[in-house]
Design a protein around this ligand. Sequence first.
Ligand code: NAP
Length: 304
Amino acid sequence: MEPVFNRVAMIGLGLIASSMFWGIRRAGLANEVTGYARSDETRDTARRIGLCDRVCDTMQEAVTNADLVVLAVPVGVMEQVMQDIAPYLAEGAIVTDVGSVKRHVISAVQPHLPSHAHFVPAHPLAGTEHSGPESGFAELFDHRWCLLVPLEDTPAKQVARVRALWEGLGSYVDEMDADHHDLVLAVTSHAPHLIAYTMVGVADDLRRVTDSEVIKYSAAGFRDFTRIAASDPTMWRDVFLTNKDATLEILGRFTEELFALQRAIRTGDGDMLHAYFTRTRAIRRGIIEAGQDTDAPNFGRERS
Ligand code: NAP
């Protein structure tokens, strides 16, 4: 494949950036990838495992002459990072991000963007509960969606280049506006994470079962919650603080539904429960038909 960019700079070298690097290398999407992370430890690890063609000790060095800069840091530090790199951005450089929240990132980043650069916000809908430079792999984005949230005044040509990058990484690409993105993600990702965190917290509170029985008899439902609840605390703190309105809206609806189900259990309304579970089962079938999960028993995992 023809390279889409000459030099790509990764700011932040965690799960998403490292997966992007391996994917860029797999498909030959850039001639050179530079990388920067704030800690010596992460930069040393990156050098040791060959992550990026060049790991830089400063953001300035990483972004100099880059035609694409990827902000792959937690949502809460995007503004600071953008402020720090702004003076060093090349003429015509594209800045993109991978943040899980879009409205907040746009309002944090855009004011600091120099007039000679472009911002194309993006969000790959792919991840794992692992973080850090060693957790990435080239296949992470294969057959997953990446949502672009182009700004009104961004030339279509720049948006098309970011789209080509994500398609080259194996993703399907769609475009939507920031508020819609944040609401969709509150339903599909943010609220479910909060519910998983809560459920695992509740089990942990029941001390008498924690140490032994919760782990020993951990059944599919609870195990899936624990996997989600093992996700990076910094990333998820920032998601909830910056997608506050949409998450609270969805959690409000969730609470109402929960009360309705609670009442059905209390009053023995089996018809209501059965109808409800029939409806939700159809949603699961839709996800499998769309190729976004496997139908294998136990989600295709080995028995443990
Ligand atoms: P991660 O594995 O925890 O890596 C975060 C990286 O950001 C680390 O390299 C960290 O450096 C660096 N960093 C943190 N604060 C920084 C600062 N102030 N200045 C410079 N670098 C800083 O995170 P990730 O999972 O790749 O997530 C990155 C972004 O992708 C987040 O915005 C997240 O919302 C989004 N995202 C995540 C997922 C997911 O499932 N994980 C999915 C889609 C989108 P050190 O290692 O030196 O601390």
